[in-house]
Design a protein around this ligand. Structure first.
Ligand code: DX5
Ligand code: ZN
Length: 225
């Protein structure tokens, strides 16, 4: 049986009641996915280490910080100190992705490579001995609530095949990020996702715990085969 994991992105949560939003879904989730945007790599701004630190205080679940910023090396230590368990970055932002991987690893957290829909999976190849997760984007980074890009789905299978070929599939999670909801989840899992990010499908402004529970049940059902 495959244990499929759920990682809500808090991007569309009500930030005025973030602690309550998190408490309401906590029993159904495995991780929280925290989208950090700097207004340079993407055309949007979100939050920094102080928000991550506040979230770490209200949940025992591990936190995956998804850096959509141009200088991951500079800011990774602050996010590690704030309580991140994993930090992912986009390798195309840096001329030396090896140095970025090492800088993040040195902070003591797990390292992830985030793969933009326009970036080939092969960027992960040189780093397979150091990373713990490949974050496969199925939307263009920048905003929550976008539609799942079907054309990005084959890259999920490509990532799975690469990890298998290199004997790393037991050690590296495949996480799928963007546009995942009850209608698209089967495509992501069918392509090989281990961890599903769901932002607007959980924090939908209607009933987050019910939405999280539905996704959890669907993942458990698929996992049982
Ligand atoms: C997009 C972010 C995603 C996004 C997920 O730039 O990396 O994590 O917030 O939100 P939904 O699930 O609404 O696409
Ligand atoms: Zn994300």
């Amino acid at each position: 049986m495959r244990r499929l994991q759920l990682s809500p992105s808090i991007l569309t949560a009500d930030f005025g009641r973030l602690a309550e939003e998190i408490a309401s879904v906590d029993e159904f989730v495995d991780w929280y996915h925290l989208d950090v945007m700097d207004g340079h790599y993407v055309d949007n701004l979100t939050f920094g280490p102080s928000t991550v630190e506040a979230i770490a205080k209200v949940t025992q679940r591990p936190l995956h910080v998804h850096l959509m910023i141009t200088d991951p090396v500079k800011y990774a230590p602050a996010f590690a100190t704030a309580g991140a368990a994993r930090i992912s970055f986009h390798p195309e932002v840096t001329a030396d992705s090896e140095a970025a991987v090492e800088a993040i690893a040195e902070t003591g957290v797990g390292v992830g490579l985030a793969i933009h829909p326009d970036v080939p999976v092969s960027v992960a190849e040189p780093h397979l001995d150091q990373i713990g997760v490949v974050l496969m984007m199925t939307v263009r980074p920048g905003f929550g609530g976008q539609s799942f890009l079907d054309e990005a789905a084959p890259k999920i299978s490509e990532a799975v095949a690469l990890l298998q070929k290199r004997g790393r599939s037991a050690d590296i999670d495949v996480e799928v990020d963007g546009g995942v909801n009850l209608s698209t989840l089967d495509r992501a899992v069918g392509a090989g996702a281990d961890i599903i990010v769901a932002g607007s499908a959980v924090f939908d402004g209607v009933d987050a715990p019910a939405a999280a529970q539905r996704l959890r049940q669907r993942l458990d059902a698929i996992g049982k085969g």
